[in-house]
Design a protein around this ligand. Structure first.
Ligand code: GLV
Length: 328
């Protein structure tokens, strides 16, 4: 019997490629060459499933050009790179990798929050540049984290994990989410209080964005929202580029309308707005929120588990379109 054929679009852990190779005829890309849409379409011909990362855009056009495809298994919790509706209409299963990255990504939100509030990278650049000549009472004074108000926009599993970590800092937690959490979930998330978006923006000392990207969440933070924030406030985005209007944020940071920002994600990444580079009050990281070794490995294995289930007649644990009429 011939094995099903799969494409792994980017370099991943070699042992995960090996695991998949035990079951499937795998076309891997361990040289990590970035594919254009045309190349992706060409490589999808004759494939039964594809293992994707957030860098591949599985648009309606790409999906329509892959008539044999039965599953798209994304190695990420976010799946805005995939047109799930088009995939569902075409009878293609779509999966993501939730949960395995919650704690690691929440850790990273805190790394960015602390670095942003206490000006860690800015002061390090200054020190490395040989500028540290004397003690001064006001050298790199930042904002306090302990005892402050943490505002979380998007209170899913990662948002809740961010909130739980704030207990040690004795923080007051408010959150804005489409729906209010159950009282026991709020209690576990450091007694987080559900508020409106405007109240959150006006009262939070540190705003953390943890919501999924969708056309509805596009530019959740733009010029108007930045104007509502306190001039002393900080903003952290560990969610997705496009949730913040980057040009508006660059203006606000440059004009001191908010104190600082910590960003792990950008519009059009990896080609981010160069305006950020001339600002001192922004901490920039290259979309590494989930990048601990155990978590990236768990994500790769989770995507592989989903793919194996999808092609062997099982129900993938993390199916996003369970009502799909799968292709035979
Ligand atoms: C990473 O950004 C993810 O969505 O998993």
């Amino acid at each position: 019997m011939t094995k099903p054929k799969i494409l792994v679009t980017r370099a991943i852990f070699p042992d995960v490629v090996e695991r998949l190779s035990g079951k499937f005829d795998v076309e891997a890309n361990q040289d990590d060459k970035i594919m254009s849409s045309d190349e992706l379409i060409q490589r999808l011909q004759g494939k039964d499933a594809v293992f994707t990362t957030p860098s591949e855009r599985m648009s309606a056009e790409v999906i329509a050009a892959a008539p044999g495809l039965k599953a798209i298994c994304n190695m990420a919790v976010g799946y805005n790179n995939i047109d799930v509706d088009a995939a569902t209409r075409a009878g293609i299963i779509v999966t993501n990798t939730p949960d395995v990255l919650n704690e690691t990504t929440a850790d990273f939100a805190w790394a960015l929050l602390m670095a942003t509030a206490r000006r860690v990278t800015e002061s390090e650049h200054w020190l490395r540049a040989g500028e540290w000549k004397k003690w001064r009472f006001d050298t790199f004074m930042g904002a306090d984290v302990h005892g402050s108000t943490l505002g979380i926009i998007g209170m899913g599993r990662i948002g809740q994990a961010v909130a739980r970590r704030s207990t040690g800092f004795n923080m007051n937690v408010i959150y804005y989410n489409r729906s209010r959490l159950a009282p026991e979930t709020e209690a576990y998330a450091n007694n987080a209080r559900h508020v409106g978006k405007e109240e959150l923006l006006r009262t939070a000392d540190h705003v953390v964005l943890v919501l999924p990207y969708s056309p509805q969440s596009h530019h959740t933070i733009g010029a108007a929202e930045l104007a509502q924030m306190k001039p002393t406030a900080t903003l952290v985005n560990i969610a997705r580029g496009g949730i913040v209007d980057d040009a508006a944020l660059i203006d606000a940071l440059g004009a001191g309308r908010i104190a600082a920002a910590g960003l792990d994600v950008f519009e059009n990444e990896p080609a981010f707005n160069p305006g950020f580079l001339s600002l001192k009050n922004v901490v920039l990281t290259p979309h590494i929120g989930s990048a601990s070794e155990p978590t990236r490995r768990a994500m790769a294995n989770c995507a592989a588990d989903n793919l194996i289930a999808a092609l062997t007649g099982g129900m993938p644990p993390n199916i996003l379109n369970p009502d799909v009429n799968s292709r035979e």
